[in-house]
Design a protein around this ligand. Structure first.
Ligand code: HEM
Length: 509
């Protein structure tokens, strides 16, 4: 049993901590309150109220809370504050207009220890800016057009796989998304999912996600634990960090060694890595540009595959739930492309309904509904509320993309909303791909991957629900999130067209 003395000591410690926090807040905030939120307990703050996302997805809970506390609210635990932004106005004012102070990543110890040259985890510092310069040089809107041929070829190959084993549609699309990004990055073609580069990348993804989850480790809440010896409780994270860093090394080094060998033999087609290397240090003007290219290339598979795949699965779900949209899209494709060839990027400008369907997919079911959180690099004041340095900034992208003022009848998949009838509707890509200096650098490539795959699937097949398996209401990001449905080829002539196109690809391989 605790002695009266230790109980007194404990009380004194807790009171001291509370007084210190109160005084510190007063000094830095000038007496302004934090953004409002659910009432928490002393020290542990909102730990007991934190939703675990099992009963309902977090973005829905946050949208509900925003009705009660306002579109900018906050929760706090052990002194770590999370500010949740639920409106376009708030993300615009903070993440966009004040992007210079809202572009760090979460201040968790594990995130920092496991970032080491893995730029999505870096704070917004000089090193990060160098990485983004390199990546932007290769993935800007005009540069990604050069990769259109890869996206078309991978799509046509996927059509043939869908003819052969439609029940494995999700795996075929996973292979395709992996092959697009590995060909774009290293000119590495993926023939099957046991490809060695796919395997090392897939192995790294769960660890990377865990490393950036602020609540995954006690040391993120109690940072001084990082200075304690290995036997001390709360320090068992160390082997995990080593595993993350080893994984980064593998996804960086293995493809790079292969790329350099093939480049030396002249056996490589132009790709992200080879094109950037040809610029010979001109992008950053620094001696270690090659390392930046190599390390930036290493993150691409992990960032590209689940997101693109999830968006494609959302599109397929929308076509199944809204067959009238599927019919309308088929009619547009038939009138523009005809039946004697498959859609290409050259058709894009003549297919407005296709573009509306892709935009609507990104809006209706954004695969990263809460995006990737940012953090405040200094104290700030917004509309009379104090946002302390180190606050984790979560943008509820789903809430913004379902704001009825911009998108009337928001739960409905309604591609026509993009035909200009709602001038207040801002382009879904402005939210679905994140914000400002951290906005997804692969967005132009991703949009085109989804567009060309969507066009070809609907042109070649009719998507029909599986009678025995109910469809989910939405698709969330993550491995294996799939559902059953039928891909019914639209005619024997279309099947023959798919076969002959795929055969011509094999011949040119
Ligand atoms: C439809 C597919 C995709 C979606 C919905 C998506 C969405 C996002 C989002 C929401 C972020 C976080 C932005 C922020 O912090 O504000 C992000 C970051 C990122 N994305 Fe994408 N993405 C997609 C595809 C891709 C592709 C194809 C690539 C690579 C070619 C890619 C590369 C990245 C990278 C490297 C980051 C980290 C950027 C940084 O930390 O500065 N993404 N993406």
């Amino acid at each position: 049993m605790a002695s009266p003395m230790s109980a007194l000591l404990f009380l004194a410690l807790v009171s001291g901590l509370l007084v210190y926090r109160w005084a510190n807040h007063r000094r830095r905030s000038g007496g302004l309150p934090y953004p409002p939120g659910p009432k928490g307990d002393p020290i542990i703050g909102n730990l007991r109220q934190l939703p675990d996302g099992k009963k309902q997805p977090l973005h829905i809970t946050y949208k509900e809370w925003s009705k009660k506390y306002g579109d900018v609210f906050s929760i706090e635990s052990f002194g770590n504050r999370v500010v949740v932004l639920n409106s376009a106005h708030a993300t615009n004012e903070l993440l966009e207009k004040r992007g210079n102070i809202y572009s760090d990543r979460n201040p968790g110890v594990i995130r920092r220890l496991s970032t080491n040259h893995h730029f999505p985890g870096m704070d917004y510092d000089e090193e990060f800016r160098t990485y983004r310069k390199v990546v932007n040089a290769a993935f800007n809107p005009s540069a990604v057009k050069d990769y259109g041929i890869i996206q078309e070829e991978e799509t046509y190959e996927t059509l043939e796989h869908l003819l052969d084993s439609p029940e494995k549609w999700f795996l075929h699309m996973r292979r395709s998304a992996g092959s697009v990004i590995l060909r774009v990055t290293y000119d590495h073609k993926v023939r099957a999912l046991d490809d060695h580069l796919v395997e090392i990348n897939e192995a790294a993804i769960p660890n990377n996600l865990r490393a950036v989850t602020p609540t995954a480790f006690v040391v993120n809440f109690v940072p001084w634990l990082q200075y304690m010896p290995d036997w001390f409780p709360g320090t068992a994270y160390r082997p995990f960090v080593k595993e993350v860093l080893d994984g980064h090394m593998r996804i960086r080094d293995t493809p790079w060694v292969e790329l350099k060998e093939r480049m030396a033999k002249g056996a490589i087609k132009p790709c992200y890595a080879s094109r950037l290397l040809e610029m010979k240090g001109q992008i950053t003007g620094s001696d270690d540009e090659e390392y930046v290219i190599k390390a930036s290339a290493g993150v691409m598979y992990g960032a590209a595959v689940d997101t693109t795949l999830g968006t494609m699965a959302s599109f397929i779900l929308a076509m199944l739930l809204y067959p009238e949209c599927q019919k309308k899209l088929q009619a547009e494709l038939d009138s523009v492309v005809g039946t004697n060839r498959l859609p290409t990027f050259a058709d894009e400008d003549h297919l407005p309904y296709l573009r509306y369907c892709v935009l609507e997919t990104l809006r209706w079911n954004p695969v990263a509904p809460l995006g990737l959180s940012h953090a405040a690099s200094q104290d700030d004041v917004y509309e009379g509320m104090f946002i302390p340095k180190g606050s984790i900034m979560v943008a509820n992208q789903w809430a913004i993309l379902h704001d009825e003022n911009m998108y009337p009848d928001p739960m409905k998949f309604w591609p026509e909303r993009w035909d200009g009838r709602f001038p207040q509707a801002r382009d879904a890509r402005l939210y679905a791909f994140g914000f400002n200096r951290r906005m997804c650098p692969g967005r132009h490539l991703a949009y085109r991957s989804v567009l060309i795959m969507a066009a070809n699937i609907v042109s070649s097949f009719t998507l029909v629900p599986d009678e025995k398996s109910p469809l989910p209401a939405n698709v969330s990001l993550g491995t294996g999130q799939t559902f059953k449905c039928n891909f019914v080829v639209r005619s024997p002539e279309r099947a023959a067209l798919i076969r002959s196109t795929a055969a011509s690809l094999d011949a040119s391989d």
